[in-house]
Write a protein that binds this ligand. Structure first.
Ligand SMILES: C[S@@+](CC[C@H](N)C(=O)[O-])C[C@H]1O[C@@H](n2cnc3c(N)ncnc32)[C@H](O)[C@@H]1O
Length: 211
């Protein structure tokens, strides 16, 4: 694999994922599950930065043809193991947004969950996510918002410290021009995981590529 800029602290995710436990758990993200009516068997989904695979594996269980990628080799191995334990298959690759070959018009769904990339990578990654969708396909996203800084003071956990890695609706309107927003909101969500915990500030988006 050519050089990947880890989006967070260097190699921090390898250090988390080399432990036997699943750092973000094995259950899918609740917002993803809440959107299940949008997913049909046979659709093709791409999950960049899918970590240990909890979301990609759940989409495969819904009958989608799922490709995931993550820079962490330990994450990729655990995603493959999780899929096997659930009796589904995913195409799990080791890559970062900056090395992935974003072929145009390939996927019906791109899922971006807590991918708090540095500013220099975020815009191009979002443009590529849109490019790799077929017209009519959706980007579904949940990430922490700047409100998470306040939430952390009240005991919540998760998300980067740097404010420019926290997402706003305004930022997403700029990054995803010309889409149809089925949902775009800054809200609060309750997490019960070890890494994401408590009442947290998040941004949620479902954006359709219209042409
Ligand atoms: C907070 S975790 C979220 C993992 C997964 N999406 C989930 O919700 O369980 C962020 C993920 O982004 C990955 N990541 C870091 N830098 C990246 C990059 N340059 N390109 C793609 N993914 C990256 C990490 O390895 C990690 O798995």
């Amino acid at each position: 694999m050519s050089k990947v800029i880890y989006g967070f602290t260097p190699e921090s995710f390898d250090n988390r994922y080399r432990e036997p436990d699943y750092h973000y758990g094995t259950e899918p993200n609740a917002f993803l599950v809440s959107q299940r009516a949008r997913f049909k068997p046979g659709m093709k989904a791409l999950m960049p930065g899918d970590g240990e695979g909890r979301n990609g594996v759940w989409l495969a269980e819904q009958g989608l043809e799922v490709t995931t990628f993550d820079p962490s080799e330990f994450g990729v191995e655990k995603a493959e193991r999780l899929a096997a334990s659930r009796g589904v298959s995913i195409d799990a690759r080791r890559a970062g947004v900056e090395t992935w070959d974003w072929e145009p018009e390939q996927f019906d769904v791109v899922g971006l969950f807590f991918i708090h990339l540095p500013v220099a990578l975020r815009g191009p990654a979002h443009a590529n996510a849109l490019k790799t969708l077929r017209p009519g396909g959706i980007v579904i996203l949940e990430t922490f918002s700047p409100h998470q800084i306040e939430c952390r003071k009240n005991g919540a956990a998760g998300g980067p410290k740097e404010v420019d890695r926290l997402f706003t609706c305004e930022m997403l309107r700029v990054d995803f021009p010309g889409v149809l927003f089925h949902l775009l909101e800054e809200t609060e969500a309750d997490f019960k995981g070890y890494a994401h915990y408590g009442r947290c500030g998040v941004v949620r988006m479902v954006a359709e590529r219209v042409s």
